[in-house]
Each structure stands twice: as structure tokens, then as C-alpha cells.
Design a protein around this ligand. Structure first.
Ligand code: BDR
Ligand code: CA
Length: 315
């Protein structure tokens, strides 16, 4: 049965797993990408914005006419952090990347998000693969917005261990106040955290499968994921990098690839070792009403099958 594509905005900090994630979104007929909004995060905003244009160019004709926008260049309150030790100095460590086909749209990302959601009430899904600063700003500037989005699907947080600190996942730590605003808002939020993304590893065999697709997208993704693997080998002793952001896009395409639990989640905002921790009440010991659908399991093979199939359709 044919169902209409689901309108989405891609909000992130590309970044190499964001790049793979956006290519997955752009190549998936279930999604209709209305625009891409860049935010500070893995790198400073100007790099994130340039890379957004590069990823759209890499996707080729399917991204024709998809506008991209500059968003917040810093977190709401805390001082900025980056992750260039994971993503490389520019964020897209691959040779022969195309230049953006066009300039970014001059509107601000937050204005674009507000305008687009308001004109398509309860239809637009925000797929966030970076710090939640743009979305939190949109929710604060337009208090009607949380009720008007269809869903926010966020790669961030964890039901357990962090990655940037023992307690906090990078996107949560990079703007904990924004994360708290979005998670505590009335919006429907799905959280795809480290507890599931660390199970989806781009092993050398999977990287070879990407290269064997024989197209430019497969070759570029393979090269970037090889670079990414070095950090994961050294830090975690894993054979490849975790596909954090692509899994969030997969969750928007096929939520049934993951299992979900409604949980009460709060973000730790006190300075100190726990800053940015997403405290998930797995056993409902607080008795609070769940505010987030939290991914607690993943069909790893199903996810990689989807990724290979879709990236294979790109130039
Ligand atoms: C998240 O942090 C970033 O470095 C990745 O792009 C991903 O969004 C994983 O913790
Ligand atoms: Ca990211």
C-alpha cells in the first residue's frame, strides 16, 4: 500500500555520522525532506553549515531544491564544546567531496522551523542529530510549536553510560538546557540514545559493503567511516564506529526496527560530573508520567540492510 511521504526537517551538526544519516533520509521515499538546519556541535557552526551544503550536493538530484539554513552558533547557557577529535578538523574527512550546489538560505534556521511547522500543523517530524539548541529556541519563541510538531526524533542521551563524560552523551552535554526544554515540552519525543546506537557498529565488513555499492555516496561513506573507526578502536576497542545519527533517521523511517519504552526522562543541569546526563526512570520509581519514547532495543541487521539498500540508490 502506498502511503504519502512524511515531511521532515533534518537538524544537525554534520559531522560524519550526521552526513550518513542525512544521506539515508534523502534517499528514503518514506520521508520528504523540507529543509536542513545546521547547529553548532561536532564543529563550529560555519563548518557545520558548509558541510550541510556538501551533504545535499552529495545526495544529488533527490536533494535538488532542499534549502539549508544556519542555526544557533552556541549553546543556550553553557560554553561550547566540539568533537573534532572524532570527526576530524572539518567534520567530513573524505577526499573529492563536491562543493555545495548553492548558498544557504538567508533565513535563520529557527524561523524556518517555526514557519514550516506552523504551516503544516501536526505533520512535520523534526529529526535532530545534534545538540537541541535550534529546536529549544523554536519552542521558546513559538510556545504553540511543541503541540504542532508531529514528533521530534532525537539522537542523544542514553539510558545508561555516556560517551563524552561517564554520565553524558555528547549531544546532551553540548546543550543540556536545550535538551531539557525539548524533552520536558508537550511535544512527542523519541530518544535514540547510546544504549541502542552503540549496538550498531560499522564493522570493516559493513564498510566494504558500502564501498561495493559502486557509487560515489557509498565510496565517500566508506572513507568517512574508516576514519571514524580509528577513534572507536582506540577508545572502546570496537572494530568500527557507532552509527548514532543514521539510527535516528532509521527510527523515523521504520520505528519498528527499534523497541520503545515510554519513560520519564530528565536532563541533569547541575554543573559537575553528571551534567547532561539523561536520567531515565526505567522502573518508574518517581511515579512521574512518561514524557519520552525511549529506544531500548534495535534490530541491528535490519538497520544495516535498510542503510545499504537506500545509499545504493544515490549517485
Ligand atoms: C553524537 O555525537 C556526535 O559526535 C555524533 O554526530 C552524534 O550525533 C553521538 O554521541
Ligand atoms: Ca551529530
Amino acid at each position: 500500500m502506498f502511503s504519502a511521504p512524511r515531511p521532515v526537517i533534518l537538524d544537525g551538526d554534520p559531522g560524519l555520522d550526521d552526513a550518513v544519516a542525512w544521506l539515508l533520509a534523502l534517499s528514503s521515499p518514506e520521508l520528504w525532506v523540507l529543509g536542513a538546519t545546521a547547529v553548532h556541535g561536532n564543529m563550529v557552526l560555519p563548518l557545520s553549515l558548509w558541510n550541510a551544503g556538501v551533504v545535499l550536493a552529495l545526495a544529488g538530484d533527490v536533494a535538488e531544491g532542499v534549502p539549508y539554513f544556519a542555526g544557533a552558533d552556541r549553546p543556550l547557557l553553557r560554553s561550547p564544546i566540539t568533537a573534532t577529535h572524532v570527526h576530524g578538523a572539518t567534520g567530513l574527512p573524505a577526499a573529492g567531496l563536491p562543493e555545495p550546489r548553492r548558498d544557504p538560505n538567508p533565513a535563520h534556521a529557527v524561523d524556518f522551523i517555526i514557519r514550516t511547522v506552523r504551516s503544516n500543523p501536526r505533520q512535520v517530524t523534526l529529526i535532530a542529530t545534534g545538540p537541541l539548541t535550534n529546536i529549544a529556541l523554536a519552542f521558546r519563541m513559538a510556545p504553540d510549536l511543541p503541540d504542532l510538531v508531529r514528533e521530534v526524533v532525537w539522537m542523544g542521551g542514553s539510558t545508561g553510560q555516556g560517551n563524552r563524560t561517564p554520565a553524558a552523551e555528547f549531544n546532551a552535554l553540548a546543550d543540556p538546557h536545550a535538551a531539557q526544554i525539548v524533552l520536558q515540552s508537550p511535544a512527542a519525543v523519541r530518544m535514540v540514545g547510546l544504549n541502542v546506537t552503540m549496538q550498531c557498529i560499522a564493522t570493516p565488513e559493513r564498510i566494504e559493503q558500502l564501498r561495493a555499492l559502486g557509487n560515489r555516496a557509498g565510496a565517500v561513506c566508506a572513507e568517512m567511516l574508516n576514519f571514524y573507526a580509528a577513534f572507536y578502536r582506540e577508545r572502546y576497542g570496537l572494530s568500527g564506529g557507532a552509527m548514532h545519527d543514521p539510527l535516528a533517521v532509521a527510527a523515523a523511517i521504520r520505528p519498528e526496527l527499534l523497541s520503545w519504552q515510554p519513560l520519564a526522562v530528565e536532563v541533569e543541569l547541575n554543573d559537575g560530573i553528571n551534567l547532561g546526563r539523561t536520567v531515565c526512570d526505567l522502573y518508574n520509581v518517581t511515579g512521574q508520567t512518561p514524557n519520552v519514547q525511549v529506544a531500548v532495543g534495535v534490530d541491528e541487521e535490519g538497520f544495516f540492510g535498510l542503510l545499504l539498500e537506500r545509499l545504493g540508490t544515490l549517485p
